[in-house]
Design a protein around this ligand. Structure first.
Ligand code: C5P
Length: 220
């Protein structure tokens, strides 16, 4: 039996991609499967935490006992996070792959092909940075981010740790096809302000147990 050492704690976890509407039938999104965030939710639940899982569209089954809230856009995800963190949470984990940009003016009617032009342009604007916003407002005692990189993994992750005001960042190299996006295994480097830890490559479920342990220990 797993020790119930997270009883009384509230963990808020984001997972999956966001979906940014272009018009009522089209969107911009990315390849996040949501598996890592859902595995983290399950791992925290097993130890007795109350878990709010705020998820973009995924195929993952809802973890038993989680309060799962489905969202689409980054704007929705931020609003739902704020609504669920009016009382400061113990831990926030941003495992969602939030779209960097949204459509400047999504139309409420389907966009039509223009007969006189072979080109069309969309103007994109930056999405809010969810984790940086929550961190600035101290919405959780411990803020944990993810950094999916294809090069300079550690250096870029450290930059995000500082810039976004995080306590812990979990970096992984998404240029490797054996880990990360859509895979069941992951290999990560965990970085805090004073240590670096690289656990062995493992199933996302096992890695999630180790990450929850690390986060909890870090909070003591
Ligand atoms: O996309 P990026 O590499 O900056 O993501 C790093 C961390 O920031 C991740 O934890 C991600 O969930 C979070 N993030 C966010 N809001 C964004 C972009 C990223 O919360 N708009």
């Amino acid at each position: 039996e797993v020790e119930q050492d997270l009883i009384g704690q509230h963990w808020v976890i984001t997972a999956g991609p966001t979906m940014e509407a272009i018009d009522p039938v089209r969107y911009i999104s990315n390849h996040s499967s949501g598996k890592m965030g859902y595995a983290l939710a399950s791992a925290a639940l097993k130890r007795g935490a109350a878990v709010t899982l705020i998820s973009g569209p995924t195929q993952c089954p809802p973890p038993k006992g989680a309060n799962v809230i489905s969202v689409k856009s980054a704007d929705d995800m931020l609003a739902v996070c704020e609504q669920n963190m009016t009382t400061q949470a113990d831990v926030f984990i941003g495992a969602a792959a939030v779209a960097d940009f949204k459509i400047k003016t999504a139309t409420d009617q389907k966009m039509k092909k223009q007969p006189d032009s072979d080109e069309m342009q969309l103007t994109l604007v930056k999405n809010p940075d969810i984790i940086a916003t929550l961190s600035k407002n101290k919405r959780a005692k411990i803020m944990v981010g993810f950094a999916a990189e294809t090069q300079n993994v550690i250096e870029y992750a450290q930059g995000k740790l500082e810039r976004k005001g995080l306590d812990i960042i979990v970096a992984n190299d998404v240029s490797r096809t054996d880990i990360g996006f859509n895979q069941d295994e992951n290999q990560v480097t965990v970085i805090t302000h004073n240590e670096t830890w690289a656990p062995d490559k493992a199933a996302k479920s096992e890695l999630a147990n180790q990450l929850v342990e690390f986060i909890y220990t870090h909070s003591l």
